[in-house]
Design a protein around this ligand. Structure first.
Ligand code: SF4
Length: 350
C-alpha cells in the first residue's frame, strides 16, 4: 500500500490537488495562446484524452487578452504559465484557475503583493515551478544545477508568498534527468506541506520521456510523493496524458482503464501475436472501466495465466480460446477470434 504524504489541499478550478484528492494528470498546449482556435483545439484534444488540467503559456499582452475566451470555452481548468512579467500575471489572474509564476523573479515585494492580492480575490493557487536549468544566478553559482540549489530556490520563492500569508501553493522541482528530479523532490518533501506537481523537464521523445517519467514518478509516487503530474514529451499531447494515466494505473494509484497483460511470446507460439496485442490496445484505449485483459500466445499456459483476467484470449494454431474470469466460453477460428474477443470486452466494459 502506498501511503501518500499528507499535503495541504488546493483547488484548480473544480480539480482538487493534494490531501486525499486523486492524483491529477495535466499537460500544456504548444500553440501560440493568442491563436485562440488552435489553443482550444489542443485543449479539447487533451480533454478527450482524459486530462484533468491544462496549462497555457502567456508570453505577451495578446496571449493574456486571449485567456478570457479560452477560459470561457475550455472544458478543463486553465493555468497560465508566466515568466517574470507581473503585469501579465495580474491580467491572467482575473480569468484563469491558477498561475505558474515564480514570485522571486517578478521584480520585488510590491509586485508579489499585487499578484497575491489578485489570486486571493479569486481563490486561485500559484505554482512555484523550479527548473534546474533556470535557477537564480546566486544559487547556481553557489551550488551548481543541483537538487540542493533547486530546493533552496523553491524555499526562497515560497517565502515570498508565505510572508504575505498566501498558502495556496503547489511546487514543482524539475530537472531533465531522473536522479536530480527525484532527489530534489525527496529533499523538499519533509520541509513543506504544499502539494507537489511532478515532472521531468525536457524529457525528450516519446520513448525517452516515457522511461524517464516512469522511473522518476515511480520512485516518488511509491514514496507517497506527488499530487499532480505532467509527463513532458516533445511534440505530443494525448500521449502525455496516456502515459501519465498509465503510470498511475500501473502503480495502483488509479483504477480507471484497461490493464493489458500480454505474453512475451516464445517458441510455442503459433500466431503473429504483436499485431493482435496492438489491435487490442488501440480498440480499448478509451475504456474507463477497470478491466484486466490478457492476450496470450498459446493455449498451453494461457488458461492458468489468464485466470485473473476479466477477458482473455489464448491464440493457437488456426483457432483460439476466449476465456472470461477463468472459464472458457468458446473456441473460435483464427480469423474471427479477435472480433469475438473485442465483443466480449465491449460487453464487460458497459
Ligand atoms: Fe510462450 Fe504460450 Fe507463454 Fe506466450 S503464453 S510465452 S506462447 S508459453
Amino acid at each position: 500500500m502506498i501511503k501518500r504524504y499528507p499535503t495541504r489541499k488546493i483547488k484548480v478550478g473544480n480539480v482538487e490537488i493534494g490531501g486525499d484528492a486523486p492524483i491529477s494528470v495535466q499537460s500544456m498546449t504548444f500553440s501560440k495562446t493568442k491563436n485562440i482556435n488552435d489553443t482550444l483545439e489542443q485543449i479539447n484534444r487533451l480533454y478527450f484524452a482524459g486530462a484533468d488540467i491544462v496549462r497555457v503559456a502567456v508570453l505577451d499582452e495578446e496571449d493574456a487578452n486571449a485567456l478570457k475566451e479560452i477560459k470561457e470555452k475550455s472544458p478543463l481548468p486553465i493555468i497560465a504559465d508566466i515568466h517574470f512579467n507581473y503585469k501579465l500575471g495580474l491580467k491572467a489572474a482575473e480569468v484563469v484557475d491558477g498561475l505558474r509564476i515564480n514570485p522571486g523573479n517578478i521584480g520585488g515585494k510590491e509586485r508579489v503583493k499585487e499578484i497575491v492580492k489578485a489570486c486571493k480575490a479569486r481563490n486561485i493557487p500559484i505554482r512555484i515551478g523550479v527548473n534546474a536549468g533556470s535557477l537564480e544566478e546566486h544559487l547556481e553559482n553557489k551550488y551548481g544545477q543541483t537538487p540542493k540549489a533547486m530546493v533552496e530556490s523553491a524555499l526562497w520563492h515560497i517565502k515570498f508568498l508565505e510572508d504575505l500569508d498566501f498558502l495556496d501553493i503547489k511546487v514543482s522541482l524539475k530537472a531533465s534527468d531522473v536522479q536530480r528530479t527525484v532527489e530534489a523532490y525527496r529533499m523538499l518533501r519533509p520541509l513543506v506541506d504544499y502539494p507537489f506537481h511532478l515532472g521531468v523537464t525536457e524529457a525528450g521523445t516519446k520513448f525517452h520521456a516515457t522511461i524517464k517519467s516512469a522511473a522518476a514518478f515511480g520512485a516518488l509516487l511509491l514514496d507517497g510523493i506527488g499530487d499532480t503530474l505532467r509527463v513532458s514529451i516533445t511534440g505530443e499531447l494525448e500521449e502525455e496524458i496516456r502515459v501519465g494515466k498509465a503510470i498511475l494505473k500501473d502503480l495502483g494509484l488509479s483504477k480507471e482503464g484497461v490493464n493489458i497483460i500480454s505474453c512475451p511470446t516464445c517458441g510455442r507460439i503459433e500466431v503473429d501475436l504483436p499485431p493482435i496485442v496492438e489491435a487490442v490496445e488501440e480498440a480499448t484505449k478509451d475504456i474507463k472501466k477497470p478491466l484486466n485483459l490478457a492476450v496470450m500466445g498459446c493455449v498451453v499456459n494461457a488458461i492458468g495465466e489468464a485466470k485473473e483476467a476479466d477477458v482473455a484470449i489464448a491464440c493457437g494454431k488456426g483457432y483460439g480460446l476466449i476465456i472470461k474470469k477463468g472459464e472458457i466460453i468458446g473456441k473460435y477460428k483464427e480469423d474471427e477470434l479477435l472480433d469475438r474477443f473485442l465483443e466480449e470486452v465491449k460487453k464487460e466494459s458497459e
